[in-house]
Design a protein around this ligand. Structure first.
Ligand SMILES: Cc1ncc(COP(=O)(O)O)c(C=O)c1O
Length: 374
């Protein structure tokens, strides 16, 4: 049986034309007209005026922290339930992550715990350098609350929307919240450039700074002159060509992922002991990955038994992110709460969710899962 992957790339067919155009024009070097056009088209899609295309979502997070002035020794509050890149970037600038637990209703950062932590920090004279809110598995965090907290205590906000392109919150698209939004076009994301990312913002000044730092911080001079440490973080023109072809199909890709979620829900929702990642009323998830929770006593098998049964049939699935406060590398970091994300990790599984999954793939997956506890 061919392998079913968790979230493989899904080419639209438009990519080849754009890549051929880049070759024809000899814009192979980093930057070029495809990068400019990809930035413009992405800004229009998201509804935010400024964007800069980068080599990864991780580089976007790193630059966001630098630009917002986060420095050595600062504390940065961050969702604990996330991929390590969100927290790694904090370490890159010498700051210290403080991990905040998830809210049961959305699995995203819990605004009550966030506010509790912020008040303690302020009371003890340690204003956080920034807050990183992650839009987990394609769903926006609660920006009604998070933006208020950030404004009240004058703390910069970074929205890590790496997994949430096209999701909405209160009618606005993911990436629009806080000072800077981070996107990823890694191979497993809803659209991909094979590897890539973007920083988006309503501040032209912040994006200008990001562009400057991402292109080796070259001062305006005919020779190479540098007054700051720069980075080689820009996206190549060839990869931006792939991104333009991908972006053309974003609406269809989200619709397909949402349909896959609904298929799982209609076929597995009746099984006792299986529940699905909730969708908050304030917005619409892009359903990047369909995530379930498995209660072993009710279902008759553990999440790990399901995962191993799928693997035995050449089907990839993955446990929910292991919370950052449980990661050995972040063992020394402070945290607030933790039980919710620990429970989600313990019982949670991400099911294959690629927008190119065929009906018979889905049927094959369901057959395996339904057989596990029999
Ligand atoms: C929440 C989150 N943040 C950041 C990243 C990093 O993006 P990239 O892989 O493009 O560096 C990812 C995924 O890869 C992610 O899932």
């Amino acid at each position: 049986m061919p392998r079913i992957f968790l979230s493989p790339p899904h080419m639209s067919g438009y990519e080849e034309d754009y890549v051929a155009e880049a070759f024809r024009s000899n814009w192979i070097a980093p930057l070029g007209p495809m990068v400019d056009a990809f930035e413009r088209e992405m800004s229009e899609y998201i509804g935010i005026p400024y964007a800069t295309a980068l080599s990864s979502g991780t580089s976007a997070l790193h630059l966001a922290l630098i630009i917002l002035g986060v420095k050595q020794g600062d504390e940065v509050l961050c969702s604990t339930l996330t991929f390590s890149a969100s927290a790694n970037a904090i370490q890159y600038v010498g700051a210290k992550p403080v991990f905040i637990d998830s809210d049961k209703e959305t699995w995203n950062i819990d605004p009550d715990l966030l506010e509790e932590e912020v008040t303690v920090c302020i009371r003890t004279g340690r204003r956080p350098g920034a807050i990183i809110a992650v839009d987990l598995y394609g769903q926006c965090a609660n920006y009604f609350r998070i933006e208020k907290i950030c404004q009240k205590y004058a703390i910069p906000l970074i929205e890590d929307s790496a997994e949430a392109l096209g999701a909405t919150f209160n009618g606005k698209k993911a990436g629009c919240f806080g000072q800077l939004g981070v996107l990823s076009f890694n191979g497993n994301k809803i659209i991909t450039t094979s590897g890539g990312g973007m920083l988006v913002s309503s501040s032209g000044e912040l994006i200008q700074k990001a562009r400057f730092l991402a292109t080796q911080a070259r001062d305006p001079a005919p020779h190479y002159q540098h007054s700051m440490i720069g980075y080689n973080y820009r996206m190549s023109n060839l990869l931006a060509a792939v991104g333009r072809g991908q972006l053309k199909m974003i609406k269809e890709r989200i619709a397909a992922r949402r349909r896959i979620f609904e298929y799982y829900q209609s076929t597995l929702g009746g099984e006792s002991g299986i529940t699905f990642i909730p969708e908050a009323e304030y917005g619409k998830s892009n359903r990047w990955l369909t995530c379930i929770q498995v209660e072993p006593k009710e279902f008759g098998a553990t999440r790990e038994e399901i995962r191993l049964s799928l693997e035995a049939e050449n089907i990839e699935s993955r446990p929910i992110w292991k919370p950052m406060h449980l990661q050995p590398v972040f063992a020394e970091c402070r945290k607030r709460g933790g039980e919710i994300s620990e429970g989600l990790f313990d019982k949670g599984l991400c099911l294959p969710s690629g927008s190119n999954l065929a009906e018979q793939d889905l049927e094959r997956i369901i057959r395996v899962i339904k057989k596990v506890h029999k």
